[in-house]
Design a protein around this ligand. Structure first.
Ligand SMILES: NC(=O)c1ccc[n+]([C@@H]2O[C@H](COP(=O)([O-])OP(=O)(O)OC[C@H]3O[C@@H](n4cnc5c(N)ncnc54)[C@H](OP(=O)(O)O)[C@@H]3O)[C@@H](O)[C@H]2O)c1
Length: 284
């Protein structure tokens, strides 16, 4: 059974989310070559209990959202939780509304959670937040949140909301990047803001890391794989791992990643061995 995580509102969503970066193309560039495979992968993940699906208007220039829209057709709408994001150049009031409208057209349904993909200090956050709240009023989304916001930016966003609340902050978090442990993770927990952890496998780099053997070694105690240990570690810290996969075998593995509870001593061993300092940052 897939564990659940609780939003501020009390609503429960799957503790693991599926990412869609790379499905349907890259940075604002659609690719239609593997549509059937991508749609099948998203459907398969949902059937395995990974019912939170993360996408963005930027992914494949919106084509990833179209794939998500197609994949969820066979499921009851209440059984999936769709997250999408507005790109930082579209954060003026009217632009947010326009982007949201286009996203729901491509998804062919409302969004459950709409995120500001990253801050843009050239556009007043006040007008962006006002527009995000309007998106709830218009029925475009049920909740709003942010992504790649630090504590100061998050505090500002929270102080600007008038009717709604910021329910989530989507940020990078893995054994190879533990920057959010400095203050953001605790701040979010204290304020009941869901931490959605992107790139929990460091885009695959963790699997190729020289210390990956340690994860496999720990996994043996639980009958789990190294990938499952990596995702379970993120979850043990109170964050929701968002993993991208378009491979059914990998999805099988991911979907079982939270079926065991890492012991304190194993979490400590991982903490000691992975300092989490990375030099590269990709915004996708
Ligand atoms: N808000 C933001 O700014 C932001 C930034 C980055 C990412 N994200 C979101 O977070 C999602 C996840 O992050 P990510 O895509 O950067 O990286 P990731 O999930 O850490 O890694 C994805 C890579 O790992 C591989 N993989 C997945 N499961 C595997 C398994 N069981 N065994 C071996 N390889 C496996 C995938 O290949 P296969 O497909 O072949 O399985 C893919 O190459 C994104 O898709 C996106 O939705 C958001």
């Amino acid at each position: 059974m897939m564990p659940r995580m609780t939003l501020k509102s009390g609503e429960k969503i799957s503790a693991l989310a599926l990412g869609t970066w790379g499905m349907g193309g890259g940075y604002f560039s659609p690719d239609y070559s593997k549509d059937a495979k991508w749609i099948e992968a998203i459907k398969y993940a949902i059937s395995k209990g990974i019912s939170t699906i993360d996408t963005a208007e930027m992914y494949g220039g919106g084509h990833a959202e179209e794939l998500v829209g197609k994949a969820i057709e066979d499921f009851s709408r209440d059984d999936v939780f769709i997250v999408s994001k507005v790109w930082p150049t579209n954060l003026k009031y009217e632009d947010v509304l326009k982007s949201a409208k286009q996203s729901i057209k491509r998804l062919d349904t409302y969004m459950d959670l709409y995120l500001i993909h990253a801050p843009n200090h050239n556009i007043p956050l006040e007008e962006t937040i006002e527009a995000m709240e309007k998106c709830i009023e218009l029925g475009y989304t049920r909740y709003i949140g942010v992504s790649n916001f630090n504590v100061k930016e998050l505090e500002q966003a929270m102080s600007l909301t008038k009717k709604e609340e910021i329910v989530a902050n989507q940020v990078e978090y893995s054994l190879l990047n533990r920057a959010i442990e400095n203050e953001l993770l605790d701040f979010c927990k204290k304020n009941k803001i869901l931490v959605m952890a992107y790139s929990p496998l460091a885009q695959g780099k963790l699997i190729r890391h020289r210390k990956f053997g340690l994860l496999e070694e720990i996994g043996k105690k639980y009958g789990a794989t190294g990938v499952q240990v990596a995702l379970n570690w993120v979850y043990s810290k109170g964050a929701q791992p968002i993993v991208k996969s378009e491979n059914k075998k990998h999805i099988d593995e991911i979907s079982q990643a939270l079926n065991f509870k890492l012991k304190k001593e194993d979490i400590e061993t991982l903490d000691r061995n992975f300092t989490g300092k990375r030099f590269l940052f990709f915004l996708i």
